[in-house]
Design a binder for this molecule. Structure first.
Ligand code: GDP
Ligand code: MG
Length: 296
């Protein structure tokens, strides 16, 4: 073929390299006890096809009130390995006085940037720097049907500057469809009114195609999710669901709740973008700040 260089084969090379190396993805879940964080994380893992290993690898008591625990799963699909780490924050917002309850979380996020920065500055850098940076923070809002609470505003305002936040309405099965829609709308108003930055942010859309796709997501956040760790039979199929007196709520059925939208955003459509935003924006901001500090 005259003039054919074969550049498109580069895609295959990239694919093979990624498959061999695998990749890391770190999600943090934040919200009061009992909002279904652990359950949702399990749902996320169960809704994936296969799970290879499961090793708890980090547990640190950062303060009396908020413990951070991270659980790492290696998920492999069609030869591609993903090391998915979920950082749980039990205890957040459980006190009567929740002043400064975001501090241990801010500290954790920044510590991971610091670790990465140190590795980058070594004379003998590792070929691949282990990445423990939080790529996404899923923030659980209680399904009150009212508005954002002061603690939600405070947390998201602060964290929105250092990490990508994806707010969700927890236990959405406790709201009617109408309540859900109205609650979502009010939350979007509150986010806007308080200048809270949630993912995906308009400023980081790269082109018109991005904008169209992300506008759809922005019009639909926060996702109203339902979690479960049980499977049930529905028309001869096994589905993840919650069995109630009135029927089964199928968590992966988009007619029932928006769990699938959340999973698709986190894993199927925006995983790489979440990593890019973390590296190019949040980490970069941290790095510049640190370097300015040390030059001052
Ligand atoms: P965490 O403290 O935020 O980790 O909450 P858990 O995952 O431990 O869940 C607390 C309780 O809420 C458990 O009894 C769960 O079965 C229940 N739960 C979890 N997710 C949902 C949900 O989506 N809807 C309802 N109705 N209950 C849920
Ligand atoms: Mg829990």
């Amino acid at each position: 073929l005259f003039g054919y260089v074969g550049i498109e084969a580069v895609l295959d090379q990239m694919r093979r390299k990624t498959m061999k190396a695998g990749f890391e993805f770190n999600i943090m879940v934040v919200g009061q006890s009992g909002l279904g964080k652990s359950t949702l994380v399990n749902t996320l893992f169960k809704s994936k096809v296969s799970r290879k290993s499961c090793t708890p690898n980090y547990e640190e008591k950062i303060s009396k009130t908020v413990n951070l625990q991270s659980i790492c799963h290696v998920i492999e699909e069609k030869g591609v390995k993903m090391k998915l780490t979920v950082i749980d924050t039990p205890g957040f917002g459980d006190q009567i006085n929740n002043e400064n309850c975001w501090e241990p979380i801010v500290k954790y996020v920044n510590e991971q940037y610091e670790k990465y920065l140190r590795e980058e500055q070594h004379v003998n850098r590792k070929r691949r720097i282990p990445d423990t940076r939080v790529h996404c923070c899923v923030y659980f809002l209680p399904a009150t049907g009212h508005r954002l609470r002061p603690i939600d505003v405070e947390f998201m305002k602060r964290l929105g500057h250092i990490v990508s936040i994806v707010p969700v309405i927890a236990k959405a099965d406790t709201l009617t469809m109408e309540e859900r829609l109205e609650f979502k709308q009010r939350i979007r108003q509150d986010l806007e009114a308080n200048g809270i930055r949630v993912y995906p942010q308009k400023e980081y859309d790269e082109d018109a195609e991005d904008r169209i796709l992300n506008d759809k997501i922005r019009e639909n956040i926060p996702f109203a999710v339902v979690g479960t760790d049980k499977e049930h039979q529905v028309n001869g199929n096994k589905v993840l669901g919650r069995k109630t007196k009135w029927g089964i709520i199928e968590v992966e059925n988009v007619a029932h709740c928006e769990f699938a939208n959340l999973r698709d955003l986190l894993i199927r459509s925006h995983l790489q973008d979440l990593k890019d935003v973390t590296h190019n924006i949040h980490y970069e901001t941290y790095r510049v700040r640190r370097l300015n500090e040390s030059n001052a």
